[in-house]
Design a protein around this ligand. Structure first.
Ligand code: BES
Ligand code: MN
Ligand code: ZN
Length: 512
């Protein structure tokens, strides 16, 4: 299906999500299986639980006999109870489907988190791909977690191929308690779709997704969602004095862009600025990167993708606050027109920066965008970027580093963990700031040593945030991209992190 021409215009390939309040006959029925903590025979808390000797089947909506028979069958094949492990078995009497997809939920206890449900539902959805209509009966009271995990897990990355690839036609029917829970499923479908959009942008190869094509598609989708759209091309960037974006994008034959997308809330509502790094490919520039692994630098626009997806999500959910996305897009290439180590740039707003390393480019385009974003007088600003390899050294592949003004930083990190994206608060130590002093300009773009590389990047950005703005910087160098296998609701490749963190923060601010 996605050809070179269509990959950028496709809609995310996800299963349809639908809420059902009764266990309607389907092709496959997804139920939970967990390790028995205490022996408990019969109904557990109305969840419709049945036991084998060693495991408990969680299958709300199924009769006690049917659940018991599934448990016996699951036990007979020693189905794994590891969270997200899937085992497909034939249906037994009383199951409304042709087969049963058992999915591990871990230990049978009441502490089961939303994240456990999301991960399990995500794995199950992936395992059900191509099986038709699945009834997902995991927890009727936590419909949003189940639906969101299932939706996110059903995402199929696009392939650029000459063959005809049919989009997914599967439907995931989420068994829910009532019409209130059904609303949660609709919402989850919108969230999963927008996370899918971020993933599609990131997964699009860098010959097809470059500043011009990225800006065009973001503008088209933004307009479609009812956003105000402004795109600054290279001439407008030069007129405006966006020295960071112009320098970083100057080495490429495909010129840079600055995209602005605004979702308007009601009169008097708070304004939140979102800024995302959109380096569509990062060679390092004249300070060129080693060849090994350079192909991964196609994901260096993960922050921008997440920000574009989030402002569209804010519109589609009708959040009552103003959200203004400011998204710099550039390709960092070495060439005769590239910026060089030693150049002194005049950034948007006038601050000068000595370039010591052209591979520390993200902070340069972000600095321009942050200054522009602060002109809108937001109460809060979130920027996100695949900014530093040091993020992965400090926190690994799955944990975003969150820096910024302390209270807001902590709030963002906590909401990120609740959302299942795992953000962790990190400091901006004063003693590292000296390393950014320059002999020839206001700042240099790198410190003379590599210690605390994630933090010194954060300190650099802090210089461009207007006084009084509550600010959080989320470094997702590792978390934006999964170079391992699919896991839970995370596919291989782009993850869409931190869309759900930013959504949670926007909703938290909107709620006051
Ligand atoms: N885009 C990279 C950071 C990155 C590295 C993201 C690996 C994802 C995976 C960024 O532009 C970069 O090159 N950072 C340098 C900064 C250094 C020159 C101070 C880095 O982290 O090495
Ligand atoms: Mn770089
Ligand atoms: Zn980069």
């Amino acid at each position: 299906m996605p050809t070179a021409q269509s990959i950028l215009s496709r809609t995310p390939d996800l299963a349809a999500l639908e809420a059902v309040t009764t266990p309607v006959e389907s092709d496959v029925v997804v139920v939970g299986v967990c390790a028995a903590s205490t022996v408990d025979d019969g109904e557990a808390g109305g969840r419709g639980a049945g036991t084998g000797a060693d495991l408990v089947v969680v299958a709300p909506g199924l009769s006690g006999e049917a659940t018991g028979a599934v448990a016996a069958a699951a036990s007979a094949v020693a189905a794994s109870t590891t969270v997200g492990a899937t085992t497909r078995i034939p249906a037994v009497d009383g199951v409304p489907g042709a087969s049963v997809m058992l999915v591990g939920l871990g230990k049978d206890d009441d502490e089961r988190t939303d994240e456990t449900l999301r991960r399990a539902a995500g794995s199950a959805a992936r395992a059900c791909r191509g099986l038709g209509t699945a009834l997902v009966a995991l927890d009727t009271d936590r419909a949003e977690a189940v639906a969101l995990g299932a939706g996110l897990g059903s995402f199929r990355p696009a392939k650029v191929t000459a063959k005809d690839e049919e989009p997914t036609t599967d439907t995931l029917r989420i068994l829910v308690a009532d019409s209130v829970a059904a609303t949660a499923v609709d919402r989850a479908a919108v969230v999963a779709d927008c996370v899918g959009l971020a993933r599609d942008f990131v997964n699009t190869p860098p010959n097809l997704l470059f500043p011009g094509s990225f800006a065009d598609r973001a503008a088209e989708l933004g307009a479609g969602a009812g956003l105000e759209v402004e795109v600054l091309d290279e001439a407008a960037l030069a007129d405006g004095g966006f020295g960071g974006i112009l320098a970083v994008g100057g080495g490429s034959s495909r010129p840079p862009r600055l995209v602005r997308l605004t979702h308007r809330g009601g009169e008097g509502r708070p304004t939140v600025a979102l800024v995302g790094k959109g380096v569509t490919f990062d060679t390092g520039g004249i300070s060129i990167k080693p060849a090994a692994g350079m192909e991964q630098m196609t994901m260096d626009m993960g922050g921008a993708a997440a920000v574009v997806a989030t402002v569209i999500l804010a519109a589609r959910l009708g959040l009552d606050l103003t959200v203004i996305a400011t998204v710099p897009m550039a390709e960092n290439m070495p060439s005769a027109t590239a910026y060089r180590p030693g150049d002194v740039l005049t950034m948007y707003g006038g601050t000068t920066v000595e370039v010591q390393n052209t591979d520390a480019e993200g902070r340069l385009i972000l600095a321009d965008a942050i200054v522009r974003a602060c002109e809108d007088s937001p109460s809060h600003l979130i920027d996100t970027a695949t900014l530093t390899g040091a993020q992965m050294v400090a926190l690994g592949k799955r944990t975003p580093g969150v820096m910024g003004t302390e209270d807001f930083r902590d709030r963002v990190a906590e909401l990120s963990r609740e959302a299942g994206e795992g953000g962790w608060p990190m400091p901006l130590p004063e003693e590292l700031r000296d390393g950014l002093d320059s002999e020839v300009a206001d700042l240099t773009n790198v410190t003379p040593h590599r210690w605390g590389g994630m933090l010194s990047a954060g300190l650099f950005l802090s210089e461009f945030v207007a006084d009084g703005v509550e600010w959080a910087h989320i470094d997702v160098a590792g978390p934006a991209y999964n170079d391992g296998g699919a896991d839970g609701y995370l596919p291989k490749g782009a993850t869409g992190v931190p869309v759900r963190t930013m959504l949670a923060v926007l909703e938290d601010i909107a709620a006051g």
